[in-house]
Design a protein around this ligand. Structure first.
Ligand SMILES: *Cc1c(COP(=O)(O)O)cnc(C)c1O
Length: 430
């Protein structure tokens, strides 16, 4: 497999772009080697600058749930471009988009469009703080909510933890308002709420975590959080940037039957264009300017080209609900196949799976939170990653990322993926 052009591009990129990439995980730092530069993609496949072809198991970290260059999305974008690219004034498409989101996502009555998942989560906690007139938020270890200061916080020591900055540039003053809890531990959240009465504005969670690898909520966990938030007057936020429109047309909240107060969206919502959104109860959303006092704005928010792509995507997902059954079945086939191979090879690694998200963790421990995820052998994962890549399967370049299945993964591709998986596991464990 030649990778000369990618290698050269990366050398050049490093001269002008910090670390050679515009988002850190793309740099392949945690798996070694250099990143692969993509030239184009269609359906299930990515093609790189050296003309290697890969089955794509990232799908742009989610958006390409229908495969690359999905014709209805492509058509909608081409049509929209003829009317110019941006007006900075309201358009019909934004109204259609808001209406469609409200129809699809159970918790959303009103919604505001933004340009990324990061913007959505930053805006949602500002809104929760303005609405409750409280300062603190609770987040979970290992959950990622974009790169807003309030989220770049890691746990300090002690049972009831106050956060410490996780990146230089985040101030201690910001960190003190973010409280950290372990995922899947309801008792820990109860303690935090009781220790901070009347001070917590919001609790934000990935209802299914994708950002420490795929980690599922225990049964009744989300319901328990819902009850605690209601009891303590805390705004319950589902960060569905990843799970929204993926685990069901209405996201994890539909799949698990738990309704948050606010929801943040991204990734699939833009069909591959830079889009995010936050929405929820009218009573809370009406605190957003210009209706209410909480300021939030965006020059390119609701951009007509981006709205066209997102609308085409969401309309298709809403109309074709069998897509979700298909994705569940594909997920089952892949995960079951990996399990069979593990059994055959006498390996006891952990797999987590729901619908079109799954992770193979190189640990024998059940992965239920960040502590258990961290028991994974990341060096071994790095080897596995490169073995898969050499066999034409492009995985997320980190143990702590979920994989994403698209509707373009058919039976033939499942077989290819499972064959590559078996050979890779044999190669790295022999
Ligand atoms: C990707 C992601 C974000 C950040 O979205 P960006 O568009 O990258 O800013 C936030 N939350 C979750 C759960 C995500 O997966």
């Amino acid at each position: 497999m030649g990778l000369k052009k990618s290698k050269n591009l990366f050398e050049k990129a490093k001269e002008y772009i910090p670390g050679g990439v515009n988002s850190p995980v793309r740099a392949f730092k945690s798996v070694g080697g250099h990143p692969i530069f993509i030239k184009n993609a269609k359906g299930a496949y990515l093609v790189d600058e050296d003309h290697n072809k890969y089955i794509d198991m990232i799908n742009s970290w989610g958006p390409m749930i229908l495969g690359h260059a999905f014709p209805p999305v492509e058509k909608a974008v081409k049509k929209a471009i003829k009317n110019s690219f941006s007006f900075g004034a309201p358009t019909r498409k934004e109204v259609e988009m808001a209406d469609l989101i409200a129809e699809m996502v159970p918790s959303v009555e009103k919604v505001r469009m933004v340009n990324s998942g990061t913007e959505a989560t930053m805006s949602a906690i500002r809104l929760a703080r303005g609405y409750t007139k409280r300062d603190k938020i609770v987040k979970f270890e290992g959950c990622y909510h974009g790169h807003g200061d309030s989220f770049l916080i890691s746990a300090g020591s002690g049972a009831i933890t106050m956060g410490t900055p996780d990146s230089p540039g985040v101030t201690a003053a910001t960190a003190k308002d973010t409280l950290l809890a372990p995922f899947n531990d309801l008792e820990a959240v109860k303690k935090i709420m009781e220790a901070n009465p009347g001070e917590i504005a919001a609790l934000i969670i990935e209802p299914v975590v994708g950002n420490m690898g795929c980690v599922l909520p225990k049964p009744e966990y989300l319901k328990g959080l819902r009850e605690l938030c209601t009891q303590h007057g805390v705004v319950f936020i589902f960060d569905e940037v990843m799970t929204g429109f993926r685990l069901a047309p209405g996201g994890a909240q539909e799949r698990f039957g738990v309704t948050p107060d606010l929801t943040t969206l991204g990734k699939i919502i833009g069909g591959g264009m830079p889009v995010g959104a936050y929405g929820g109860k009218t009573e809370i959303m009406d605190y957003v300017s210009p209706q209410g006092p909480v300021y939030q704005a965006g020059t390119l928010s609701g951009n007509p080209i981006a709205m066209s792509a997102g609308l085409a995507m969401l309309k298709h997902l809403k109309k074709n609900k069998d897509i979700y059954t298909q994705l569940d079945e594909t997920g089952f086939e892949i995960v079951n196949g990996i399990r069979r191979t593990l059994l055959e090879l006498g390996l006891n690694y952990s797999i987590n799976w729901v619908g079109s998200m799954y992770s193979l963790f190189f640990t024998e421990v059940d992965v239920v939170d960040f502590e258990t995820a961290k028991t994974s052998d990341t060096a071994l994962f790095g080897k596995y990653f490169h073995e898969m890549l050499n066999r034409g399967v492009y995985l997320a370049p980190s143990q702590f990322e979920t994989l994403f299945i698209s509707t373009k993964i058919d039976d033939k591709l499942i077989k290819k993926i499972l064959k590559a998986n078996r050979e890779s596991l044999i190669s790295i464990t022999k």
